[in-house]
Design a protein around this ligand. Structure first.
Ligand code: DC
Length: 221
């Protein structure tokens, strides 16, 4: 069977990971959550007591950080299970700084490309279609209004028992959108050949079905 890569990019909290997981399951592909890798790196910097806005202090950790994405969506950082911690508000508030450092991106992108070498993958992030997997067979750029995204992330956090307020989440989403799309290296940007999908008024099932239809159209099923 031909190896296939599906890239799903878009701004923070657009629901990419929820749909990417379901699509991977339905298609029998491997799901790769690249945001979790930037989050795990951020968690590590914070554990070390380093200011995440300090590039020079954070970048050397590429030599000692080992991030592993397990098949059941468990995230390990140097052997520690950080699955829950990386979703905390304090990590969300700092991750865009870490993701703007070129050295950290090159370190993580190298691993992401290796993960896509042998398997069919659904990879979600910000720069998958433009930079990590420019030859992906299908590229989706998933968007939704800031209000919709903040509400979705807030509900998700409530379900997971992560304390936060809606206003706090909305501010975080706006701030991350700005930093992610204005960074110099591999910013959040729709690839020229990506299909934009505005999910503001779609439920998860509708989004999944729309993307599966696009995939089947592209890979000839
Ligand atoms: O998708 P997420 O919210 O878990 O991503 C966390 C942060 O990581 C996001 O603010 C931007 C960054 N990120 C990135 O720069 N490139 C990626 N491929 C994935 C995430």
């Amino acid at each position: 069977m031909k190896k296939v890569a599906i890239a799903i990019d878009g701004p923070a909290a657009a629901g990419k990971s929820t749909v990417a997981k379901l699509i991977a399951k339905q298609m029998g592909y491997t799901y790769i959550d690249t945001g979790a890798m930037y989050r795990a790196y951020t968690w590590y910097c914070m554990e070390k007591g380093v200011d995440c806005t300090n590039h020079d202090a954070c970048v050397p950790f590429v030599n000692e950080v080992n991030i592993v994405l397990k098949p059941n969506n468990v995230v390990l950082c140097n052997g520690i299970d950080v699955t829950k911690q990386i979703r905390e508000t304090r990590v969300s508030a700092n991750v865009s700084y870490i993701a703007s450092y070129k050295e950290v991106r090159l370190f993580l992108v190298d691993q992401q490309r290796k993960m896509a070498e042998n398997d069919s993958v659904v990879m979600d992030g910000r720069d998958i279609g433009t930079y990590v997997l420019p030859n992906a067979e299908v590229k989706i750029f998933q968007i939704a209004s800031v209000e919709t995204r903040a509400k979705r992330r807030y509900d998700e956090n409530m379900e997971k028992g992560i304390l936060c307020t809606l206003a706090e989440i909305e501010e975080d989403v706006r701030k991350r959108d700005y930093i992610d799309s204005h960074r110099e290296f591999a910013p959040l940007k729709k690839a020229n050949d990506a299909i934009e999908l505005d999910t503001s008024y779609m439920n998860v099932e509708e989004v999944v079905n729309a993307i599966i239809k696009i995939i089947n159209g592209k890979i000839g099923k």
